[in-house]
Design a protein around this ligand. Structure first.
Ligand code: NAD
Length: 482
């Protein structure tokens, strides 16, 4: 290409695109110079993440609070800072074991050769994070990628710009940009980011954007982990402790005002217990958040657009005659974008609220005649990211576990499977593909390279041409032992 054409193409690029290209080239080069960072170096990188979480906790709390309008300080500490720190601690504890080559059995007729799976860093990992937990969903996968010996580029959401800046500063204070860098910017920057030929790309966000990101990555044959969303059901069994279940559902739904990928989206309750369950969820929610307009415990909706979307979902079912229980009044709350927990009893199945992921503090509660009915309802929709089952009848529980497919499950509670570092976290079907957390994250960001170590005493030569009667003899022996 002539130099002036190349210069004019470069001039067409946005500042974000140029920054992505510059850092990607820098990280690729650094990877080439040290493609297999030592255990000590990886531990040092994990320690930097731990330190930046400690040093920046207040800044993260303040930044996310400003981005949301109001984000509970304790939700930020629990779900962003502590969850990430505990993942890093677990990675440090297990890293030596994860890095070790894993011996696997070699067929008898190939002995005494050896077969091993040897984890190897992939190179440069891209991470696209959403706004709902802007620090955790960027830094937890980054820590997994660093444990696996990679370099990392992070693109935070434009909807949480202060959190993005705080992360950029915190990362820059600890890491050279050839190791970890944060690229802030809008959707165009996100698009350019997803077109970058990373060695692996982890995207956390909506199914709609995830589809586009997967298509952009496919052009480079970049493998992707897609951490998406969807409608995560709660199945209340008639054997459940209803009061405990109601408290747990109220908590799981109201946490971060329902803006959680694995928030319970809707409840399937036995018909004859539905009314009592609604009353119990409302009462428990009132106890958790007595005055949502006055307490900073109750998080706001991220933007006016998201707030209006949720309000209009409620208006649609109100107009269509559904019974609605609002836990607290929303009249005065518009300026604060606080939406009270809103229970919708038996809404029409074709309403927006039953078709889209809600992602806010609205909880449809639907009657079901039997566990089979509940299973059929779940299976009629896309495979969910999470499923929650409450009850004491183990046979029914096992039926539900065996006959539904979801990314993950918590039995007799909500949300908490996410925090189990040794359980892989990810979706299935429309709720995502691939997984991370714990060893699953290390494996996702490694090339698990199969290596066969031939023995000096290999008998392989006996099967080489020229073939003849000796070949028949060897084959008949091999046939006996395989
Ligand atoms: P989103 O899909 O709108 O955005 C996610 C990220 O993609 C943001 O950083 C955004 O800037 C970027 N982006 C937007 N358009 C892009 C494009 N064309 N190309 C490349 N990048 C682009 O999602 P959101 O609104 O930020 O987050 C909410 C969604 O995320 C919900 O569906 C929720 O369930 C899901 N989520 C999933 C998980 C999980 O772990 N599975 C966790 C949190 C949120």
């Amino acid at each position: 290409m002539p130099a002036d054409t190349a210069r004019s193409l470069d001039a067409d690029k946005s500042e974000g695109e140029r920054e992505i290209e510059r850092i990607f080239a820098l990280q690729k080069k650094a990877y080439g110079e040290n493609p297999f960072p030592s255990y000590d170096r990886r531990v040092a990188a994990l320690d930097k993440i731990t330190r930046l979480l400690e040093v920046n906790e207040d800044r993260f709390v303040t930044a996310i609070n400003a981005d949301f309008g109001n984000r509970s300080k304790y939700e930020t500490i629990i779900a962003e800072v502590m969850t990430t720190a505990s993942g890093v601690k677990n990675a440090k504890k297990n890293l030596k074991k994860w890095m070790r080559p894993r011996g696997v059995a070699t067929p008898l007729h190939m002995l005494p050769a050896k077969s091993k799976i040897e984890p190897q860093p992939l190179g440069v990992i891209g991470i696209i994070a959403p706004w709902n937990y802007p620090v955790e969903l960027a830094l937890a996968p980054a820590a997994a990628a660093l444990a696996a010996g990679n370099r990392v580029m992070i693109k935070p959401s434009e909807l949480t710009p202060r959190a993005g800046e705080a992360m950029r500063d915190a990362i820059a204070a600890e890491f050279d940009e050839s190791e970890v860098a944060v690229i802030t910017g809008g959707i165009e920057t996100g698009q350019a980011f997803s077109e970058t030929p990373f060695d692996h790309l982890l995207f956390t966000g909506s199914t709609a954007i995830g589809t586009r990101v997967a298509q952009a990555a496919a052009k480079n044959l970049t493998p992707v982990t897609l951490e998406l969303g969807g409608k995560s059901p709660v199945i209340l069994d008639k054997s459940a402790d209803m009061e405990k279940a109601a408290r747990s559902v109220a908590y799981g739904k109201a946490f971060n005002a329902g803006q959680t990928c694995i928030a319970p989206d809707y409840v399937l309750a036995p018909t004859d217990q539905l009314e009592a369950f609604v009353e119990s969820v409302a009462r428990n929610a009132r106890e958790l958040y007595p005055e949502i307009d006055k307490t900073s415990d109750y998080t706001a909706i991220i933007s006016d657009r998201h707030f209006d979307r949720l309000k209009s979902m409620v208006e649609e079912v109100r107009d269509r005659g559904a019974k609605i229980v609002e836990v607290g009044s929303s009249n005065a709350l518009h300026p604060q974008r606080k939406l009270p927990l809103t229970l919708i009893i038996d809404p029409p199945r074709d309403s927006g609220i039953m078709k889209e992921e809600i992602f806010g503090p609205i909880l449809p509660i639907l009657p079901v005649a039997s566990p089979e009915d509940a299973i059929a309802h779940v299976n009629a929709g896309d495979r969910p990211l999470a499923l929650y089952w409450y009850g004491e009848d183990d046979d029914v529980r096992d039926q539900v576990l065996q006959k539904t497919v979801s990314g993950g499950v918590t039995v007799n509670d909500t949300l908490w499977h996410f925090a189990q570092e040794n359980l892989p976290f990810g979706g299935v079907g429309k709720s995502g593909s691939g997984a991370y957390h714990g060893e699953a994250g290390f494996v996702s960001f490694s090339h698990m390279k199969p290596v066969f170590y031939q023995s000096r005493f290999s008998s392989g030569g006996k099967l080489q041409p020229p073939f003849g009667p000796h070949t028949e003899k060897v084959l008949s022996l091999v046939r006996k032992i395989i």
